[in-house]
Design a protein around this ligand. Structure first.
Ligand SMILES: [Zn+2]
Ligand SMILES: [Zn+2]
Length: 203
């Protein structure tokens, strides 16, 4: 909440101010957000205009989240700009607006409440729009190994012969499944080498 009384209602009056406010809760999305209570640094310019107060500002905010590729925690700084008109609820202009049937436009309008402006919804919109869509720990983060989940940034040479292994494993299972279809009582012998079956299985 910001008090605009000092500004006065004379159109053209101007006031600049800087302020730090704690971030409200749930500002952001799961993967990247402003921690609750973290400082939002505001630079504001309040300008008195005919129908209300025009607020132009910049907000700087810390972000915490995780890399979408490697899931490492990361922190960022973000900035967002915004501009919003807060109308005097009793101004002629507002009355004129209220008469129109355009309720949607009316709902989107913000009003001064007892000469105070409530910036939270404005800040919320500005910050959410400025969030990185796919935050990564670094531009070229190689992500995780699709086979074992190892972090490739730590082990770039990392590789597997796994595709081949998997195929062999499947073959082996197939052979073993075939073997266990023998009459009951042969279960214990199923894994033992067989004269015919062991050649492709063993190597
Ligand atoms: Zn990463
Ligand atoms: Zn791997």
């Amino acid at each position: 909440m910001f008090d605009t009384r000092e500004l006065g209602r004379r159109p053209g009056a101007l006031k600049r101010l800087s302020r730090e406010v704690p971030a409200p809760g749930s500002l952001g999305v799961e993967v990247i957000r402003v921690p609750e209570g973290a400082p939002l640094e505001l630079d504001l310019r309040l300008e008195s205009v005919m129908e209300g107060v025009l607020v132009t500002g910049t907000v700087r905010f810390p972000l915490a989240g995780e890399c979408v590729r490697c899931l490492e925690p990361l922190t960022r700084e973000g900035t967002a700009e915004f501009q919003e008109l807060f109308s005097y609820p009793d101004s002629e202009f507002s009355a004129r607006f209220a008469d129109t049937e355009d309720e949607e436009a009316d709902e989107e309008r913000l009003f001064l409440q007892n000469d105070l402006i409530d910036l939270e919804p404005v800040l919320r919109d500005a910050v959410v729009l400025a969030l990185p869509l796919r935050p990564t720990c670094r531009e070229d983060c190689p992500g995780l190994c699709p086979d074992c989940g190892a972090r490739l940034a730590e082990d770039p040479e990392h590789q597997h012969d796994e595709p081949i292994d998997i195929r062999w494993a499947a073959l082996r299972e197939f052979a073993e499944a075939g073997a266990s279809e023998e009459p009951a009582g042969s279960d214990k012998q199923a894994k033992a080498p067989r004269s015919r079956g062991d050649e492709p299985q063993e190597k």
